[in-house]
Design a binder for this molecule. Structure first.
Ligand SMILES: NC(=O)c1ccc[n+]([C@@H]2O[C@H](COP(=O)([O-])OP(=O)(O)OC[C@H]3O[C@@H](n4cnc5c(N)ncnc54)[C@H](O)[C@@H]3O)[C@@H](O)[C@H]2O)c1
Length: 254
């Protein structure tokens, strides 16, 4: 019970690695506030938490809208009395395309959710964490911040910027008991990659390529991501701040 008595916010927890993390946080004793644009996914994540004897609540939240994110943090404090940790996880892919074909609208949409959404999560969590005497922030960056995936310029730019933002905040709040870290997943078996595979027009070849670029020869799972987020969110990582932890099956080591 590494989060016993803690209160957590997880964005994008209706599906994928956010959902796996919300479920693990609840199993470890946290009350979890889930924000997502997917109403059905968010509601079913809470139902799964409650069925396992945990505590959680879903609130619709588009992380690219500052007022939505502020309201999500407010719900954590109003309903559970405080905030201990936030996993800024919500994000979207950019369909693989030549960079010069990326429209301003697509670029803005990816940056708006992946980067601005993470900024809003940090901006509104920090005052709540300070009111609580401190806490932790984990941002979901990507291996794309370090390794060239190709054909997804807005996504790679957003995830690189999430790393920079993480380091800025880690230093700014290092003496005020807020630790700010990021994770950098490699290829993980979630709906995002199932969509990416379909968009590639040759899903089997795409998945084979993903396995080939990953030394461990397989995709990661949401549960493997959740375990790393738990480490960074909990006291287990009490002297860790400003890092991005690769969970990539060896990809960046090659
Ligand atoms: N899947 C991978 O291989 C991979 C690798 C590296 C990083 N990531 C990052 O991990 C995070 C989670 O991705 P996933 O693979 O679990 O994808 P996913 O599509 O399975 O889940 C993403 C969740 O975010 C939600 N979401 C989308 N836009 C939102 C918005 N505006 N506001 C709130 N919620 C929103 C979706 O409804 C969904 O529930 C993303 O930030 C993604 O960029 C994924």
């Amino acid at each position: 019970m590494r989060l016993q008595g803690k209160v957590a916010v997880v964005t994008g927890a209706g599906n994928g690695m956010g959902r796996a993390t919300a479920l693990l946080f609840a199993r470890e004793g946290a009350a979890v506030v889930i924000g997502d644009v997917d109403m059905a996914g968010g509601a079913s994540a809470v139902a799964e938490i409650e069925a396992a004897g945990g505590r959680g609540v879903f609130q619709r939240c588009d992380v690219s809208k500052e007022a939505d994110v502020a309201a999500l943090i407010d719900t954590a404090e109003q309903r559970y009395g405080k905030l201990d940790t936030i996993f800024n996880n919500a994000g979207i892919e950019q369909p693989v395309t030549p960079s010069t074909d990326v429209t301003e609208e697509l670029f803005d949409r990816v940056i708006g959710i992946n980067l601005k959404g993470t900024f809003f999560g940090c901006k509104h969590a920090i005052p709540a964490l300070l009111r609580n005497g401190g806490g932790t922030i984990v941002n979901n960056s990507s291996v794309s911040a370090f390794a060239n995936v190709g054909g997804n310029i807005s996504y790679a730019a957003s995830k690189g910027a999430v790393m920079s933002l993480t380091r800025v905040l880690a230093i700014e709040y290092a003496k005020r008991n807020i630790r700010v870290n990021a994770i950098n997943p490699g290829v993980i078996d979630t709906d995002m990659n199932r969509r990416n595979a379909v968009l590639s027009n040759d899903p089997a070849a795409t998945e084979e390529r993903w396995r080939a670029i990953t030394p461990m020869g397989r995709m990661g799972t949401g549960d493997e991501i959740a375990q790393t987020v738990l480490y960074l969110a909990s006291d287990q990582s009490s002297f860790v701040t400003g890092v991005g932890l690769l969970i990539d099956g060896g990809r960046v080591a090659t």
